[in-house]
Design a protein around this ligand. Structure first.
Ligand code: SF4
Length: 298
């Protein structure tokens, strides 16, 4: 059976960079914390925790006291003493308030915010500083979007998050600036901008979309139409992996979304000559290689 990997698959630049930065911090046995799971991949998150980089929901959860005070360390699962542990900021980025809270508590900040996300944060802040009402095209509540909102507000702006043109508030007036969550579809950004123009506005548009998601979807769609079955690897809580599986299923009904090889049933591939493999942006190389090896051995 031929096993073919999509031309673009797996960890994107920003996710791989965050993983590498966390690895570097704990390489010498140092302890670290990540603010939220570093990536949407339960196996990787568990492995990082086992090696010393534990995920916490907020900086307040981290119990740490300087060496001089370490006689009676604070209670809590995340108690440590000695040198300040590092706190790794994940690729989605954080609000300026969270960043300040990490610094104020004396932790070493390892900022793994993806440079594409940093660019979007700066764009949002810049528009706000120029006096624009800032429209963030994206999914309200997503950590990256809440970060963009907070960076713009910090710069004095009023912010609206809209997922689609229908959500544009009424009564806007120029100057209006637009940024996008990095994983947005270009068509959606264009639709929002077109709706603003139809409303008589002249929006200043900063296209902050990153191409990694689109490239993965296009490569997966190409491959799915040319194979007997598709295996899509990635966390079930990863929206980009789920979207990849949906894209593949459009042309390849035998599409399997899995997190690891344990979920693969050899019977399902009995009559396959060609099987395609792709993976979400939070899937590291070793997991893709393991699935490919499993399929080749069938
Ligand atoms: S999808 Fe793009 S913006 Fe998001 S982490 Fe990956 S490279 Fe960065």
């Amino acid at each position: 059976m031929e096993v073919i990997r999509a031309k673009r698959a797996g960890a994107c630049y920003g996710v791989q960079r965050a993983l590498d930065m966390a690895d570097e911090v704990i390489a010498d046995g140092s302890r670290a914390y990540t603010l939220g799971p570093l990536i949407h991949n339960p196996q990787v998150v568990a492995d990082l925790a086992a090696r010393g980089a534990e995920a916490v929901d907020s900086v307040e959860e981290i119990r740490w006291e300087r060496a001089a005070d370490a006689d009676a360390p604070a209670e809590g699962a995340a108690t440590a003493a000695g040198d300040a542990p590092a706190v790794v900021i994940r690729s989605h980025g954080v609000t300026p308030q969270v960043l300040a809270a990490v610094e104020d508590r004396g932790f070493t900040v390892v900022d793994a915010t993806c440079p594409h996300v940093s660019r979007a944060q700066h764009a949002a802040a810049e528009l706000a500083a120029e006096g624009c009402r800032v429209i963030v095209v994206g999914e309200a509540g997503h950590p990256e979007v809440e970060g963009l909102r907070a960076w713009a507000e910090e710069a004095g702006g009023k912010v609206d998050v809209v997922a689609a043109p229908e959500e544009i508030p009424e009564g806007l007036y120029d100057p209006v600036g637009v940024v996008a969550q990095t994983t947005q579809r270009r068509e959606n950004l264009e639709a929002v901008v077109a709706a603003l123009r139809e409303a008589g506005l002249e929006p200043i548009v900063k296209n902050t979309i990153c191409s990694a998601t689109r490239q993965r979807q296009e490569a997966a769609a190409d491959l799915a139409s040319a194979v007997d079955a598709m295996v899509v690897i990635g966390g079930r809580n990863s929206s980009n992996t789920t979207r990849l599986a949906e894209v593949c299923a459009l042309t390849c009904p035998r599409t399997f979304h899995i997190e690891s090889t344990d979920e693969l049933d050899p019977e399902a591939f009995a009559d396959c000559r060609r099987v395609g493999v792709t993976a979400g942006a939070s899937t590291p190389e070793n997991q893709i290689a393991a699935v490919e090896a499993f399929l080749r051995a069938l």
